[in-house]
Design a protein around this ligand. Structure first.
Ligand SMILES: [Zn+2]
Length: 300
């Protein structure tokens, strides 16, 4: 019995155009569509006159130029970064240079080794926030205020930003409407991701605006579906181990039926993320530290 996630993939926009999406919130979508970015990176602008930019986006000259041109008559006072993937943070440098606004984020990219096989869009190793933000910190502009919500899992430095009084949570890549999030070790951590989903269930945000794709109104059932989906996947992996599979590629072939071949590497890393958690929980054994190549078996 498969969990049904109520995906939302309808999104109306024009590339390169800063458009209002909610009261006091505008978005401009970068033309970097792909299997991990959906239609592209949605850069949000909050406020009017004195504004915050959330996730400036990839190092894409036309996107940066369009964003800056759209804000030519306004002042960027804050640059907020949800996490250090290359589709989110690299443009912070150019936006900072052009506006003088400081960058806000949890910290530099923390996963794996520079030059490791890049999954998703890969880590941005060059970003370091001017202002280090921790869970619960407040970031205030002249007419708006954010609360930072640390949501590790997709990356260890992932933040969501709650826009106070509006009920909006900018959910980055932690919770998206169009797809599940990629959880790829070593920086991706399934146990942390599950805790970060639970964390959102204890909040009362009315609507999520992810960096990719449309908004998620009534987000709690959505978050619950993601939790159920991951639990189900854990069970499916345990079932494959019980059936005799020992290696991640075999498990991927059996568990991800009809998978887009471009997503095979990400699926393998996601299975690895589950196996790392199952090893920690003592339900699974591996020959040495869990990796993509390790042999796994149920612990009896
Ligand atoms: Zn990401």
């Amino acid at each position: 019995m498969a969990v049904d996630i109520p995906f939302r993939r309808e999104v109306a926009f024009e590339y390169g155009k800063l458009e209002p999406v909610a009261p006091g919130v505008r978005r401009i979508v970068a033309k970097n569509p792909g299997p991990f970015t959906f239609k592209g990176t949605g850069t949000y602008v909050v406020g009017e006159g004195e504004v915050a930019v959330i996730d400036p986006g990839p190092e894409l000259a036309e996107h940066i130029a369009a964003l800056l041109a759209s804000l030519a008559d306004e002042r960027v006072t804050h640059i907020l970064v949800t996490h250090t993937h290359r589709d989110h943070s690299p443009a912070a440098k150019a936006v900072k240079e052009a506006t003088g606004a400081p960058t806000y984020g949890f910290g530099p990219h923390a996963g794996g080794q520079r030059g490791e096989a890049a999954v998703e869009e890969g880590g941005d190793w060059d970003f370091a926030p001017d202002i280090v933000v921790r869970d619960g910190d407040e970031i205030a502009g002249s007419k708006w205020r954010f609360e930072a919500v640390h949501t590790p899992g997709h990356t260890s430095n992932h933040l969501c930003f709650a826009l106070s009084e509006s009920g909006i949570l900018f959910s980055g890549d932690h919770v998206m409407g169009w797809s599940t999030s990629v959880i790829a070790p070593p920086d991706g951590d399934m146990a942390a991701y599950m805790r970060s989903l639970e964390k959102l269930l204890h909040r009362d945000d009315a609507v999520y605006w992810p960096t990719h794709g449309p908004a998620i109104p009534d987000p709690k059932p959505f978050v619950q579906a993601f939790i159920a989906h991951r639990r189900e996947r854990s069970e499916a992996i345990l079932a494959r181990l019980a059936a005799g599979d020992q290696h991640i590629p075999h498990i991927v072939d059996h568990v991800y039926l009809g998978l887009d071949p471009r997503l095979k590497g990400a699926a393998a890393r996601s299975v690895l993320a589950h196996l790392v958690e199952l090893v920690e929980l003592g339900q699974v054994e591996s020959d040495g530290a869990p990796t993509l190549e390790t042999r796994y078996r149920l612990r009896r």
